[in-house]
Design a protein around this ligand. Structure first.
Ligand code: BGC
Length: 328
């Protein structure tokens, strides 16, 4: 009898200890919190819509916007097509307006649908800030980004300064329908217009991808093997051009856009001669600040240009000598 009781007692103790241990370690393991989790309260919900979600240039715009958002207690939603596509971009815009967000930051698109959506947003009290590319004919409140025409001129002026003799230029541009790309080409054309030794021979699209720029460069060279210079007008064009001319062991003058790490590397090793630096991080940051001004009923100047400047390769002087296929 006593033995039986002792066994029951031991069994009971084992179970009790197990139970206590389970409570203790279970709580540790599953991290049951004593206090309920409270949701973070944001002051505003803004949406940023890019030309292409995973493009490294747009990731910098996003980073700038997110950093500013953290400081100003804003929730930023970042949206964009997987591959540049105006229709998809505008769908995101429409959805965001329908969702009554507090503000929109979007790359300007030059078409009627965009203008109508900006009006729709305006009627609902949602301010729109264009970033990177403006749409001045729309009712957008503010533009934050490069002066794209001026930056094209800067590229043209650098090209004039860095080269001698006859130059036949092939242009690789992001997308024909992008107005910032059009302005960069126009600025370049206007800058070199007085110089009879320079001629733009052909222009092809890269669809803002590196592989597109590679293809465009091959096509340009196949159709015009006498090209002596290339101008890449969107962030990955210069890297595509450089890849092809290196493979074919050609040595044309290359001027590109942006200072993404891959472009800097090509500038450092002399594959690219010069590039127009833009500041996408600052664009994203400032765009958030502009929306906050608008939310407070303040009216910042409608053109908020971020800096642009030429960055040259240390190897550029080698190109000052007349090149193969270039008369003096
Ligand atoms: C342009 C953007 C474009 C990006 C693509 C940049 O130079 O400013 O409009 O989306 O290149 O890589």
């Amino acid at each position: 009898m006593i033995l039986k009781r002792s066994i029951y007692f031991i069994l009971f103790m084992v179970l009790a200890i197990n139970f206590i241990l389970m409570l203790f370690f279970g709580k540790e393991t599953f991290q049951i919190k004593d206090k309920p989790v409270t949701a973070v309260k944001y002051d505003y919900h803004f949406v940023l819509i890019s030309e292409e979600a995973d493009n490294p240039y747009w990731r910098l715009v996003e980073k700038g916007a997110r950093d500013a958002a953290k400081i100003y207690n804003v929730y930023v939603e970042y949206l964009g097509p997987n591959q540049a596509d105006n229709t998809e971009q505008l769908q995101y815009m429409d959805q965001s307006i329908a969702g009554n967000v507090d503000g929109l930051i979007i790359q300007g698109v030059k078409n009627e649908r965009f203008d109508k959506l900006v009006n729709k947003a305006f009627e609902k009290g949602i301010p729109v800030v264009t970033v990177d590319t403006d749409a001045p004919e729309s009712e957008r409140a503010v533009y934050v980004g490069s002066d794209n025409y001026r930056s094209g001129m800067l590229a043209g002026e650098a090209f004039i300064k860095d080269t001698q003799g006859e130059q036949l230029v092939g242009i690789v541009t992001g997308r024909f329908e992008s107005s910032s790309q059009q302005l960069r080409i126009q600025g370049f054309k206007d800058a070199i217009q007085q110089h009879k030794r320079m001629k733009i021979v052909a222009t092809k699209e890269s669809k803002i991808t590196k592989s597109g720029a590679v293809q465009a460069t091959y096509d340009l060279l196949r159709e015009h093997p006498d090209l002596t210079a290339f101008y890449g007008t969107s962030a990955l064009d210069g890297t595509g051009i450089a890849q092809v001319v290196n493979q074919l062991q050609l040595n044309p003058y290359i001027i590109s856009f942006d200072i993404l790490p891959q472009t800097i590397e090509l500038l450092e090793n002399g594959s690219i001669d010069a590039t127009v630096a833009q500041y996408p991080y600052q664009m994203g940051y400032k765009a958030i600040e502009m929306l906050l001004h608008l939310e407070r009923g303040e009216h910042p100047g409608e053109l908020q240009f971020t800096k642009t400047k030429i960055v040259r390769s240390e190897h550029t002087p080698s190109h000052k000598a007349p090149m193969k296929g270039a008369g003096s």
